[in-house]
Write a protein that binds this ligand. Structure first.
Ligand code: F3S
Length: 400
């Protein structure tokens, strides 16, 4: 790889042990993918934050990097942690887990990483512009950044994202290059889709078609007339989960779609496939729902406003987690939504989510509007799942 003198200096250890280790990781990655050079990045988002996933070995790596003088050179934020940093007791998080999670966050903070823990950094100030090279790790956010914002990122692992933060670089390969952003398959959607639930089901249906091809081509999705920010974040989470997609184009909606014509290779998706996706995510028809969660990906302020409207004057009878980022929660506080929501008995689970928190064995069946949350609720925690539209999820929680 061609390295600048500054990159060579980092590799030689002139900027400290952590910067050297970080550059070694990036050079190794670049060589595997035959990158010609490094690219400067403007933004980083680091996954692998929950102590539930990291464990002691992951924490030791972070502490080593912090002790080795690691300092973020660009704006870097975190994926959700395993707990609400301020309110973990109310969510039933064990004290020993909380202590370990705190050590993880301290190691990141020591390195100058902003400990904003969210999978929607683009709603909380880490919002790259069109064409910017970035290094993000959370799969739904990667898909959103590439597709909706028109920024450029590969799906980084935890160590490579941290390495990008500490060096301000990423190897030039994959979705950073024009030739890899071209669509390879047209998906004709012949069904009406509306709401986060329907877009999540659409993502699963498309994702499965992509997986069936045994390739991970960039899809060019036609037939969707309108899509809100919330619907697109749901689609991105689902497409990434079920199809490994990190980029799609949607004419009239995503910014790069106009650069391309629709590929000849074509798949048609009808209501029947979307209905099948919904059915596949509902395996709790015979089980009593005892856990309700909204906010995968983390809720926007508009979604919280809708939730406050639905919960005003109501009482919830089940454990109900509302997952969002700290900056969005502050907005909800100021706008009076928090008070209305908490008065119902629902709980904010800020900085975390129902997938990365250590809750295995605590619940039997989850109700949610998120296709991705359904997938991991079963895969990670063995919960049954009820996949429903947003308003119906809220109804599942309300006391009758
Ligand atoms: Fe975000 Fe957790 Fe879902 S990280 S995308 S809320 S699984």
């Amino acid at each position: 790889m061609r390295l600048t003198s500054e990159e060579q200096a980092m590799l030689a250890g002139d900027h400290g042990r952590a910067a050297r280790k970080a550059m070694e990781i990036l050079v190794a990655l670049g060589e595997i993918f035959e990158a010609e050079c490094m690219l400067p990045v403007t933004s980083v988002q680091i996954a692998g934050v929950s102590y539930d996933n990291l464990g002691e070995a992951g924490l030791e790596f972070l502490q080593e990097m912090a002790d080795g003088g690691g300092q973020a050179r660009v704006l870097a934020t975190l994926n959700p942690a395993g707990m609400d940093v301020e309110n973990w007791q109310a969510l039933g998080i064990p004290a020993d887990f909380a202590a370990n999670q705190q050590r993880v966050l301290e190691a990141f903070a020591h390195m100058g990483v902003q400990v904003t823990c969210t999978c929607t950094p683009y709603l909380s100030g880490n919002t790259p512009g069109f064409g910017e090279h970035i290094a993000w790790a959370e799969s739904s956010a990667v898909c959103y950044a590439n597709s909706v914002l028109g920024a450029r990122t590969n799906r980084e692992g935890g160590p490579s994202a941290l390495a990008a933060a500490l060096t301000g670089r990423t190897p030039a390969y994959g979705y950073h290059l024009d030739q890899n952003r071209m669509p390879a398959v047209t998906i004709d959607v012949r069904a009406g889709v509306q709401g986060t639930f329907a877009f999540g089901a659409l993502g699963r249906a498309i994702g499965e078609q992509l997986e069936a091809q045994n390739l991970r081509p960039v899809p060019y999705i036609r037939g969707v007339q309108r899509a809100s920010l919330e619907e697109l974040k749901s689609l991105c989470a689902s497409l990434a989960t079920f199809g490994g997609a990190a980029l799609f184009h949607m004419p009239g909606i995503t910014p790069e779609a106009e650069l391309y014509t629709s590929p000849d290779e074509r798949l048609v998706l009808t209501q029947a496939e979307i209905d099948a996706a919904v059915a596949a995510l509902n395996d709790a028809s015979d089980a009593e729902v005892d856990f309700v969660s909204l906010g995968c990906p983390h809720l926007s302020i508009d979604e919280i406003a809708r939730l406050a409207e639905l919960l005003r004057g109501q009482e919830v009878a089940k454990e109900f987690w509302i997952t969002t980022s700290r900056p969005i929660k502050y907005q909800a506080d100021r706008l009076g939504y928090t008070q209305v929501i908490e008065a119902s008995g629902a709980k904010f689970a800020v900085d975390t989510c129902c997938v990365v928190a250590p809750i295995k064995g605590r619940f039997n069946a989850l109700a949610t509007d998120s296709a991705k949350a359904c997938y991991y609720a079963y895969a990670k925690n063995k919960f049954k799942t009820r996949f429903l539209p947003f308003d119906e999820v809220v109804q599942q929680a309300i006391k009758r």
